[in-house]
Design a protein around this ligand. Structure first.
Ligand code: HEM
Length: 335
């Protein structure tokens, strides 16, 4: 029920957030949105791919956490049989999820290219227009400089951009660079967007590579409980993948929501106009209360979570199905 509820929440939050990215299902007039078709509003152009990308992100991150706890325990030779099983279980699920997530991420980028050209230009630090039929370079790393509207330096792969975006040698559509938009109609903080996107992609690729390497070891009979103590680098790579999953999720949200600026409703309502009409003091108070509350919850979750992990599983408990049958007395009291 918890998993069902969490996924229902993923659906509605992502549907609502997708509507902010690609508003549909009605008309805007005189500062109001008039819904004409609720289904079209819910099923807006960004909805399906965004829900899939987010749902996969939650499963992938959860599996990275399971694998990390297992690797940490195996490195200390704690309940090896139990944790080798949970590690392998996480690996099998990651085999399904990690490659799919790369595909889903690519699809998210394609929809951004279709509907939000300013976001695409920002996450790629693309300053100048690119004509249809051209083969732009793909920038791997750069130092974006908003003042000059260019990159101070960049490391690029020539001709790779259209391969990555469209799997073809030349662009089928022209792409607008950031410099061709008025300053008040495109996102700023280009460096943050450029590197948040790269961080997410790098973590997604690294997780898939680590999963593939571990499966290969398992397949070739080289993965045992002893491997984790024998290869600390292997254990640490898995242990660090747990926080990396959360980092990828946060980076994804930075890309999605900082990238849609200066709009709250893309192309329709500016963030400056959507700001609360409440006095600053009140907004600051509620924001601070939320921040403190969630920080306290996080500290408790980390404290109790790490205690449970340090304690390890109780292996003396019988699984419910294997418990001794309960023998009830009959009417005359005989057992
Ligand atoms: C490996 C290749 C990946 C690519 C190409 C990719 C691409 C993208 C793109 C383009 C967006 C922005 C979508 C938008 O603004 O509408 C996005 C958002 C997001 N990404 Fe990724 N991503 C990748 C991997 C990951 C991984 C590994 C995770 C987490 C485990 C992740 C989590 C997220 C989240 C939470 C969002 C915001 C919500 C959403 O759009 O569904 N991404 N991603």
């Amino acid at each position: 029920m918890v998993a069902f509820g969490a996924n229902l929440s993923v659906f509605w939050i992502l549907s609502a957030n997708s509507w902010l990215q690609t508003p549909s299902g009605g008309t805007f007039s005189e500062g109001h949105f008039h819904v004409q078709n609720y289904f079209a509003a819910i099923n807006n152009p960004f909805m399906v791919r965004s829900v899939i990308h987010m749902a996969l992100a939650t499963v992938e991150t959860s599996m990275l956490v399971v694998a990390a706890i297992s690797a940490w325990s195996l490195m200390r030779q704690k309940a090896p049989e139990f944790f080798l099983f949970s590690f392998k279980l996480a690996l099998v699920i990651l085999l399904a999820v990690a490659p799919l997530q790369i595909l889903a991420g690519h699809e998210s980028a394609v929809q951004v290219a279709e509907h939000q050209p300013t976001k695409l230009a920002a996450i790629e630090a693309l300053w100048d227009d690119q004509a249809a039929g051209s083969s732009p370079a793909w920038t791997v790393l750069a130092s974006p400089d908003e003042a000059s509207g260019s990159n101070r330096w960049s490391l690029s792969v020539p001709g790779a951009f259209s391969w990555i975006l469209e799997t073809r040698p030349q662009l089928s559509q022209p792409l607008r660079g950031l410099n061709s938009w008025p300053a008040d109609q495109r996102p700023h903080m280009v460096g943050l967007l450029f590197y948040a996107f790269r961080m997410m992609v790098a973590i997604g690729l690294a997780a898939a590579a680590l999963m593939a390497l571990s499966l290969l070891l398992w397949w070739r009979g080289g993965l045992s409980a002893a491997s984790f103590a024998q290869w600390p680098w292997f254990s640490w790579a898995w242990i660090l993948s747990a926080p990396a999953g959360y980092l990828a999720i946060e980076s994804g949200w930075v890309v999605r929501c900082v990238g849609r600026q200066p709009w709250t409703v893309y192309g329709q309502l500016r963030t400056a106009d959507a700001a609360s009409v409440l006095p600053v003091g009140e907004v600051l108070t509620s924001l601070s209360v939320f921040a403190v509350l969630y920080t306290v919850l996080l500290v408790f979750a980390l404290y109790f979570g790490s205690r449970i992990i340090a304690k390890g599983p109780n292996l003396t408990l019988e699984p419910p199905g294997l418990a001794a049958p309960v023998i009830l007395p009959d009417r005359s009291g005989n057992v």
